[in-house]
Design a protein around this ligand. Structure first.
Ligand code: CAA
Length: 253
C-alpha cells in the first residue's frame, strides 16, 4: 500500500506509541483518524499532524464499548470517505501478581476487575475495532490492512496474567483474520514491542523496570518511532499478512 492519502485509523492515537505512529505515517502522506479517551492529548496529536500538511481528525471513544466503536467508525467513513488501515494500539496495564502468599497463607490475588479491565480494552477493543474496520473496508470497496499491537509479554510475563493473555489473544486474532479476510483484499499483521520508552513502561515499579532493562541485550529501551517504523512496514508491504514482527532489542522474557 502506498500510504499517500490513505486513511489510517489509530486507536490510542493521542499519546505514546499512537502519537509516534500518527506522525510517522503523516510524514508519508497518510491521513490519520485518531481514536482516544483523552481529548486534550488527541487535539495535540491532531495539531502536530496538521503541521505536517495532512488531513487528520480526532475521535473520542472507548474501544471497549460496542456502540461507541460503531458510531466512531461511521463518523470516520462519513468524514474521510474510506478506511484503508487500522492500527489497534490502545492498551492499558493493571499489573499484579496472580497470587501472593507468605508462610502458606495467600495474602493477595489479581482481582477480577484487574483481569476484566485489561481484557476489555486490550482484547475486546481489538475485536470490536477490527470487526468495524473490516466491515467498512468491504462496504466501501477499499482493500486494506489491520495492524494489531501485541507485546513481548504475550510469552507470559510475571505480574501480567491479564495483559499477557490479552496480548497472546491479539496474535490469534491476527492470524485468524489474515486467513478469513484475504478474500476481501484485507491483510493483517501484529507487532510485539519489547520495553519502549513510553509512559506505560516508565510508570513501572522502579525495581521491576531496572531489572527488566538490565536484561535487554540492546542495553536500552526502544524508541516509539522504532515501533511506528514497523507499523509502516506492515501497511506498505503487500505480501505481509498474518504474522508478528518482534521489535524488542533481542530481549527474551
Ligand atoms: N522477575 C523475577 N521476579 C519477579 C518479577 C520478575 N519479572 N516480578 C516480580 N517478581 C518477584 C518479586 O521479586 C517478589 O519476590 P519476593 O517475594 O521474593 O520479594 C515477588 O515476585 C512479588 O513481586 P512484588 O514484590 O513486586 O509484588 P507487588 O505486589 O509489590 O507488585 C507487580 C507486583 C505490580 C506485578 C510488580 O512486580 C511489577 O510491577 N512487576 C512488573 C510487571 C511488568 O513487567 N510490567 C510491564 C509493564 S510495561 C508493558 O506492559 C508494556 C509492554 O508491552 C512490555
Amino acid at each position: 500500500m502506498n500510504l499517500q492519502d490513505k486513511v489510517i485509523v489509530i486507536t490510542g492515537g493521542g499519546q505514546g506509541l499512537g502519537r509516534a505512529m500518527a506522525l510517522h505515517l503523516a510524514k508519508k502522506g497518510a491521513k490519520p483518524a485518531l481514536i482516544d479517551m483523552n481529548p486534550e492529548a488527541l487535539d495535540e496529536t491532531v495539531g502536530l499532524c496538521l503541521e505536517l500538511g495532512v488531513e487528520a481528525r480526532a475521535y473520542v471513544a472507548n474501544v471497549a464499548d460496542e456502540s461507541s466503536v460503531t458510531e466512531v467508525f461511521d463518523s470516520i467513513v462519513a468524514e474521510f470517505g474510506a478506511i484503508h488501515g487500522l492500527v489497534n494500539n490502545a492498551g492499558i496495564t493493571r499489573d499484579a501478581m496472580f497470587i501472593k502468599a507468605k508462610d502458606g497463607e495467600v495474602t493477595k490475588r489479581m482481582s477480577l476487575d484487574q483481569w476484566r479491565q485489561v481484557i476489555d480494552v486490550n482484547l475486546t477493543g481489538v475485536f470490536l475495532c477490527g470487526r468495524e474496520a473490516a466491515t467498512k473496508m468491504i462496504e466501501t470497496g477499499s482493500e486494506g490492512c489491520i495492524v494489531n499491537i501485541s507485546s513481548i509479554s504475550r510469552a507470559g510475563n510475571m505480574g501480567q496474567t491479564n495483559y499477557s493473555a490479552a496480548k497472546a489473544g491479539v496474535v490469534a486474532l491476527t492470524t485468524t483474520w489474515a486467513k478469513e479476510l484475504a478474500r476481501f483484499g484485507i491483510r493483517t499483521g501484529a507487532i510485539a514491542p519489547g520495553f519502549i520508552g513510553t509512559e506505560m513502561v516508565m510508570n513501572m515499579k522502579p525495581e521491576a523496570l531496572d531489572k527488566m532493562t538490565a536484561g535487554i541485550p540492546a542495553k536500552r529501551v526502544g524508541e516509539p518511532d522504532e515501533i511506528a517504523h514497523a507499523v509502516a512496514f506492515i501497511l506498505e508491504n503487500d505480501y505481509f499478512s498474518g504474522r508478528v514482527i518482534e521489535v524488542d532489542g533481542a530481549l527474551r522474557l
